[in-house]
Ligand binder design. Structure first.
Ligand code: FEO
Length: 412
């Protein structure tokens, strides 16, 4: 079925593609298909909000051309650059030659590279900015990591319509646009979408809830599945409930050896971050503690961070005794991560990672983080060159500790 359009309020139109194939998506198969929802606001300065999947870009542009002279489009708002949202931009922008592309700063180079738009006009918007689109006003709120760094949401102040891109979506290929016309309760589909796409980023749901708490929302018009105009507080509250941390009483153990205190400082940053997230901590300098005490502590931990400075391409001090013993313990269900400061290559950190991989703990790695969440700002092992005093180094360590905290405190 080709791209369609439908009036959803006053001068606001849904322009979308219903895709009822079981397509692969984020390592899922969308069993019920999905829809790609774009919106046209026929205001004094006609504005398009998001597009459709790149596979359907040409038919999407043709559909829009049946609704409006594409040369009259003033703005194209891109809330999120993933190609199921921005994919129609190449076909649209090549005909909507007067349109300015509106997005966050991070999104600009991504869109320029993806669609060869280096010569186009971009308008960068920041959190809280507004834009007059000719009789209506759009308000933009940045929602980073929901679920990628450049993401924002758009709210039409006069119409009280929220365009939250992936957020508040469902993956269901349906003819009836609105959830209240579905003929069934969409709650399970809504929760399933949240669990698959949003939950790995639940830390950032708090930012979202803060952003929308003072908005009077009459309609939620997301990028996938149903539009919501009834029980809106219930659906927003579900995000609050599902992202809440309910599992308290968790403990993490941090074990390290250090040459000049840089790895010790890393351990302290990890400890502080875990404690801020209500994770209990026990910290051991392996050169000043008995191996038996450390192993007992690890045996009752939920997560283990092990770090060493690197000297002559290896670990230092007594850490290897601990790591060897761990190979013989049943540590199933525990999370593990390695870290360390280094000056040249940081071999010790990789050796620790190898030892951890020899246990039956769930060892954190950058590869797994990317595969399971798409996050690229969280790195394991946590490697820092020299002292962790610069803010970006501290942030890198915190990102890792927060990630482990979130895993420990997940409510679903
Ligand atoms: Fe709907 Fe992030 O893709």
């Amino acid at each position: 079925m080709s791209t369609q359009f439908k009036q959803i309020a006053g001068d606001t139109y849904w322009v979308g593609k219903i895709d009822n194939r079981q397509v692969p998506f984020h390592r899922l198969i969308l069993a019920k298909g999905t829809t790609y929802n774009s919106y046209l606001l026929k205001t004094g300065k006609p504005t398009v909000i998001d597009t459709v999947d790149m596979e359907f870009g040409r038919e999407y542009a043709e559909c829009l051309a049946g609704m409006i002279d594409l040369m009259d489009i003033h703005y194209i708002v891109i809330n999120h650059t993933e190609p199921d949202h921005s994919g129609g931009l190449a076909a649209l922008a090549s005909q909507a030659l007067n349109a300015t592309i509106v997005c966050t700063e991070i999104a600009v180079p991504e869109l320029q590279e993806m669609y060869k738009l280096h010569s186009r006009n971009f308008l960068v918007v920041k959190d809280g900015d507004t834009l007059d689109i000719g009789g209506k006003t759009l308000l933009f709120k940045e929602t980073p990591y929901l679920h990628t760094a450049e993401t924002m949401i758009t709210y039409c102040i006069e119409d009280q319509i929220l365009f939250p891109c992936d957020i508040f979506s469902t993956h269901v290929a349906v003819e009836n646009l609105f959830s209240d016309e579905a003929g069934f309760d969409i709650t399970e589909d809504y929760k399933g979408y949240y669990a698959a796409i949003i939950h790995p980023h639940r830390r950032y749901v708090r930012t979202l809830l803060e952003a929308v708490k003072d908005m009077d929302i009459r309609m939620i018009a997301p990028s996938h599945g149903f539009l919501i105009r009834e029980d809106i507080p219930k659906f927003i509250d579900l995000y609050a409930t599902m992202s809440r941390e309910t599992t308290q009483g968790k403990k993490a153990v941090i074990v390290y050896t250090t040459i000049k205190n840089s790895t010790k400082k890393m351990a302290k940053i990890i400890q502080d971050c875990l404690q801020e997230n209500n994770i209990g901590t026990e910290v051991w300098d392996a050169d000043k503690s008995s191996t038996a005490d450390i192993l007992n502590s690890i045996a009752s931990a939920d997560a283990v961070f092990i770090g060493s400075s690197t000297k002559y391409a290896d670990m230092i001090g007594n850490l290897e005794d601990v790591l060897k013993e761990l190979q013989h313990m049943n540590l199933e269900g525990k999370l593990a991560a390695s870290f360390g400061s280094y000056g040249w290559s940081g071999e010790a950190i990789e050796v620790i990672q190898d030892y951890l991989n020899g246990t039956n703990m769930t060892v954190q790695s950058t590869s797994e983080v990317i595969k399971t969440t798409g996050m690229t700002h969280v790195e394991f092992p946590v490697r820092v060159r020299f002292s962790p005093k610069e803010p970006e180094k501290v942030q890198k360590i915190k990102n890792a500790a927060e990630f482990v905290s979130d895993l420990l405190l997940s409510s679903i």
